[in-house]
Design a protein around this ligand. Structure first.
Ligand SMILES: [Zn+2]
Length: 389
């Protein structure tokens, strides 16, 4: 071998080494682009179970149901299972036997729900942090009759935010989480004066609860009504007023902005979600159950009207009625009962922040919401029959 061919051989070797390192660089960076499956949580009750799969980012997924034994599975594309997580969760609640997860192939994690007895299920992704939410229904929803409202009604009140999440912060540093908590506690007290009402709060202290858990609490309590309480905020300091939301698709820019803030996602992501037809289909189907949408519209209207008229009578200042609106709020996704989200005033508006800091104003809001709920309950056909109206 002469010197020339020797250096040619070295060159070839270097080129091969270079190509190998390029290959490893790309394959390892491809691997690092995979989404991690970080954990599985669930909330269980006799007729409803919510399973949440925590992810490091949004994923594409497919869903399937197969028999013998009856099971649902979800293949999450371009994902890898974190090693430390618990992958076998025995549920045993009469709906699910077990939830399992495994690395089905190098690029797919499969989540399997071993079924006991189910009537339906719903699945969707929510973001920041990303998670796959699977709602599984046991006993037939038709069994739940509206008479329940006249005998004993369960009302779940959700004070927004809490813990490390202050919600919106006013110019004088008033925190949304504190205002809405106080309003919720007052509202609970007022409603609990009626022995027919069974009232629960999603949080009893200043703690953080993920949005999907709040809905799970309302569903697991088998609530008849669910109301999430928030204070509004806008970059426009002059923005003011009261509005009540229900869950639905929207093309209203302001409503999208409010939902993005309450969902803790960017406006861009909110717009994308609003355009995802899969998501809209899942939500529309869900809203069709038990006339839930119509009932939520009614409930929202009664609460909104009551707040505007009460505050106009009691306060010296004129209250701006922003009306009943709709948007895709995570906290209302999958709620099985008529449910609304109230924006009680703008904490970002200096005047309204001042009002919200007052005990008397918070009490007026609580009374007004309670009156709206009562009007709704009385308006249900069965209640009218019982009352002889
Ligand atoms: Zn809020």
């Amino acid at each position: 071998m002469n010197c020339k061919s020797k250096s040619k051989g070295v060159l070839q070797f270097v080129v091969i080494l270079f190509l190998i390192s390029i290959f490893f660089f790309f394959s390892s960076s491809a691997a690092s682009h995979k989404i991690d499956v970080k954990g599985i949580r669930y909330w269980s009750s006799p007729d409803y179970t919510r399973v949440v799969v925590d992810l490091s980012g949004p994923v594409e997924f497919s869903k399937n149901r197969i028999a013998n034994p009856d099971r649902l599975y979800f293949d999450l594309q371009n994902t890898s299972l974190e090693k430390e997580i618990k992958t076998n969760l025995p549920v045993g609640d009469g709906i699910l036997k077990m939830v399992r997860a495994g690395q089905f192939n190098p690029s797919t994690v499969r989540v399997v729900l071993d079924l006991e007895k189910i009537t339906d299920f719903n699945v969707f992704i929510i973001d920041d942090p990303a998670r796959l939410v699977i709602d599984v229904y046991g006993a037939d929803l038709e069994d739940k009759k509206p008479e329940a409202l006249t005998i004993k009604r369960r009302i779940v009140i959700d004070p927004g935010h809490g813990g490390h999440d202050p919600g919106a912060v006013g110019p004088k540093n008033l925190y949304e989480k504190d205002v809405v908590f106080d309003i919720a506690v007052k509202l609970k007290k007022i409603l609990a004066e009626n022995p027919l009402n069974d009232v629960f709060l999603t949080r009893e202290t200043d703690i953080f609860i993920p949005l999907e858990e709040r809905t799970a609490i309302a569903n697991n309590k088998n609530a008849d009504l669910f109301i999430s309480i928030h204070a509004n905020a806008s970059p426009k300091r002059k923005a003011r007023g009261i509005e009540t939301y229900l869950l639905n698709w929207t093309n209203d820019e302001e409503a999208l902005r409010v939902a993005a803030r309450e969902n803790a996602i960017s406006l861009k992501k909110m717009r994308e979600m609003n355009r995802q037809m899969d998501m809209v289909k899942v939500i529309t189907e869900d809203l069709m159950r038990q006339n839930k949408r119509d009932e939520s519209v009614k409930l929202a209207n009664y609460i909104q009207k009551s707040m505007v008229s009460t505050l106009n009578n009691d306060s010296k200042k004129y209250v701006v009625d922003l009306g009943v609106k709709q948007a895709l709020f995570y906290v209302l996704f999958g709620a099985r009962m008529p449910s609304v989200l109230v924006e009680v005033s703008f904490i970002s508006n200096p005047e309204e922040e001042k009002l919200l800091s007052k005990d008397s104003y918070r009490m007026q809001i609580s009374r007004a919401i309670a009156a709206g709920l009562d009007t709704y309950i009385i308006s249900t056909p069965v209640a009218q029959k019982v009352a002889g109206i």
